[in-house]
Design a protein around this ligand. Structure first.
Ligand code: ATP
Ligand code: MG
Length: 249
């Protein structure tokens, strides 16, 4: 059995490096995500948090290092095998990334219609779309256009569209940024509920303390292209490195 899977590790990033020209963004990043774990990634703006996510799904090719997803070396996969594995990784983009010209219903149907092997009847599509919308508490918005949604609603719909693929691993890029504290709390509770109901594992990029408090079982700090500290939120708050505890002041 694969070493990574035998320890309940669903995602392993090892010695990952990525430069853009002379800018060394990721400089040997290591990370293990275990089953049912929610890890929050903290790091200053521009340190490569989003680049890390993009490398994990191979929207960006890393220069060197390893990425193992659910026991498979994703960097070695191509075509269909890569697509199959990507479906198991739900990437929740900042802002939701909905198609403006499509209704909520069509936005949610889209990934189901265009993934391989998914020949579903309209009745099956309706059922899946409705289930996903009920899950995020927005079934009444099914026929709305994205322009009719608030920022918080758009984030929820973005989440519903990711969940509809039933991913094993979720990557949330700043899921609560730009939202008021109440909506931000609701989205964070939703992230927790999703983890508990679907037994997913998540990486969450966030510097929103409330979101971290609600969702994180572990916090990892990215500094100069490497993860330099990890532990519980409480351990991070009292960490000896002033760089680490500065995030909580
Ligand atoms: N495709 C690209 N080409 C060139 N440079 C890039 C590319 N993508 C990202 N970068 C650079 O890599 C660095 C890290 O970007 P990244 O988006 O990962 O930052 P971040 O940690 O997510 O920051 P923020 O908290 O502001 O979202 C930045 O300097 C950015 O300009
Ligand atoms: Mg970013």
């Amino acid at each position: 059995m694969d070493q990574a899977l035998s320890n309940n590790i669903v995602l392993n990033v090892s010695n990952l490096k990525k430069s853009f020209g002379d800018f060394h963004i990721l400089a040997g990043a290591d990370l293990d995500l275990k089953e049912k774990q929610n890890i929050v990634i903290l790091g200053h703006s521009g340190t490569g948090k989003s680049v890390l996510f993009k490398c994990i799904v191979r929207l960006i090719e890393p220069d060197s290092g390893g990425i193992n997803v659910l026991g498979q070396d994703i960097l070695a996969l191509e075509d269909e095998k890569l697509t199959e594995l990507r479906i198991k990784i739900g990437y929740v983009f900042q802002g939701g990334a909905l198609y403006d010209s499509m209704s909520v219903r069509s936005n949610l149907e889209f990934p189901l219609k265009y993934t391989k092997g998914a020949k579903r009847t309209q009745a099956e599509l309706n059922e899946l779309v409705e289930e996903a919308l009920v899950n995020v508490g927005l079934i009444e918005s099914i026929d709305k256009m994205p322009s009719e949604l608030s920022g918080g609603m758009m984030k929820r719909i973005g989440l519903a569209r990711t969940l509809i693929q039933k991913p094993n691993i979720l990557l949330y890029d700043e899921p609560t940024t730009g939202l008021d504290p109440v909506t931000s709390g609701e989205i964070s509770e939703l992230i927790l509920k999703i983890q508990e109901e679907y037994n997913t594992s998540s990486l969450i990029i966030s510097h929103d303390l409330k979101c971290i408090e609600i969702t994180a079982n572990q916090v990892n700090v990215l500094k100069e292209g490497k993860f330099t500290a990890s532990g519980t939120l409480d351990e991070m708050k009292h960490h000896e490195d002033p760089f680490v505890n500065s995030f909580f002041k």
